[in-house]
Design a protein around this ligand. Structure first.
Ligand code: FCB
Length: 442
């Protein structure tokens, strides 16, 4: 495996986490309940009934975790801010103790020479807002903008760049369409107003962040969509899936319009959610950077039943991660090239805000992770050589953590966490990443 890639000067190296996946301390210092507290308590919702009540206990152990980041030599650390710590009921009275935690975290990061890259929403909506309809309710977008202002007013003096949302596609589809994530709705395509309201929230918050002189990114989960064959039916199904997974979340932000969703049976106004002027609110603030979370490509065939306008089919002859996700590094290069071709000058600089894989705990050393990271960085370097502007790479994840519906079963960390003792043990991939970062500094 190469230990050096041809990357531009100033390329930023990072690692990523999210609040509910690592913090624990769900009842401390005035934090309100989130949809994930409610969902994970529901019998059968999460594998083995695991919850994020303790997770990696990062709320108390953040100094130790920052020492690990410093040892890695990270330029940046992507984390998320728990909305219910800052505003326990989602709106109204600010919880000073919750904000103070992020104040301490940010100061400790800066002290270690690491730039904080916060995400304002990584799926842990305050339960009080869910009780009012959550992201199906347009008001939630306005509550998000208020929350963004509160946090930016407190931390904006020390943090230049902000990510509004994490993966609105995954949150909408798993949380509102299929019900496999919190808040657990099973609305199928009628979930899509939740997507529009998240994008509206992004736009409203982006304007307020820009007013404060801050840069704004949005982290989307994007996937290259491969038709299963050269048949026109498979090509049409692939285009439909591409509109749902990718373009629905990127076109409005970069182009100011939604893609055609008619093949999904979704009307232009997304079941009445889109009001006049909304796409301007989403588009006009502009995006200073596109956050790209990349894990795998998706292969799509013509539908085999009337339930969905596409079938998702296996990708043969490629390795798969412990999670069962196909490993196709060149698909990252294809995705980046495709984005540049599709959006041209409307495409802002890209930062990879997540990329990594889960490896069985018993695989020691975690060679598959090193191979995954190295081959994807190689694909990334090729895309950059082909002219795509990519500024940084944040691997998912610093620590083994709470992997949503999979509980603690999928281990994505560079650092092993024993969830009984909270002992942190850097893996072979940690040393590999540290050497890689150091090699690129020389
Ligand atoms: C992404 C999520 C992140 C983590 C990784 C494995 O979809 O943003 O929280 O779960 O997948």
């Amino acid at each position: 495996m190469p230990d050096r890639f041809d990357l531009p000067a100033g390329f930023r190296w990072g690692a990523a986490t999210a609040a509910y996946q690592i913090e624990g301390a769900v009842d401390e210092d005035g934090r309100g309940p989130s949809v994930w507290d409610t969902f994970s308590a529901r019998p059968g919702a999460v594998r083995d009934g695991h919850t994020g009540a303790v997770a990696c206990d990062h709320y108390h152990r953040y100094p130790e975790d920052i020492a690990l980041m410093k040892d890695l030599g990270l330029d940046g650390y992507r984390f998320s801010i728990a909305w219910p710590r800052v505003l326990p009921t989602g709106a109204g009275k600010v919880n000073e103790a919750g904000l103070a935690f992020y104040d301490r975290l940010v100061d400790a990061l800066l002290e270690a020479g690491i730039t904080p890259l916060p995400t304002l929403f990584h799926w842990d909506l305050p339960q009080a807002l869910e009780d009012e309809g959550g992201w199906l309710n347009r008001d939630t977008a306005y509550r998000f903008a208020e929350y963004a202002s509160v946090v930016a007013d407190r931390l904006g003096d020390r943090i230049p760049t902000w990510i509004t949302l994490n993966e609105p596609f995954v949150h909408t589809v798993f949380g509102y369409a299929l019900g496999t994530h919190a808040p657990g709705h099973t609305l199928m395509f009628e979930a899509l107003p939740a997507a529009h309201h998240q994008l509206l929230a992004h736009g409203l918050a982006a304007s307020l962040l820009h007013e404060r002189g801050l840069e704004v990114m949005l982290s989307n989960n994007l996937t290259p969509v491969w038709p299963a064959s050269s048949s026109p039916e498979d090509a049409a199904a692939a285009a439909t899936y591409d509109a749902l997974h990718n373009r629905l979340f990127t076109d409005p932000v970069l182009l100011g319009r939604y893609p055609d969703l008619s093949a999904l049976g979704v009307p232009d106004d997304i079941f009445g959610a889109v009001q006049p002027g909304d796409t301007d609110l989403i588009h006009t603030p502009g995006l200073d950077g596109l956050g790209l979370n990349y894990y795998n490509p998706t292969r799509v065939a013509a539908p085999s039943s009337p339930d969905l306008p596409f079938d998702l089919v296996a990708i043969p002859d490629v390795p798969h991660t412990a999670f069962g996700w196909p490993v196709v590094p060149d698909a990252l290069r294809q995705l980046l090239i495709g984005l540049r071709e599709l959006y041209g000058n409307a495409l802002p600089p890209i930062t990879i805000t997540e990329n990594g894989c889960s490896v069985e705990e018993t695989t020691d050393p975690d060679r598959p992770r090193i191979d995954y990271l190295a081959t994807h960085l190689d694909a990334l370097a090729q895309a950059i050589a082909e002219g795509v502007d990519v500024r940084g790479y944040y691997t998912w994840s610093l620590l083994d953590n709470y992997e949503w519906a999979e509980g603690f079963h999928q281990r994505f960390g560079l650092v092993h966490v024993d969830f009984e003792t909270q002992r942190r043990t850097p893996k072979a991939s940690f040393a590999w990443y540290r050497n890689l970062i150091a090699a690129h500094r020389r």
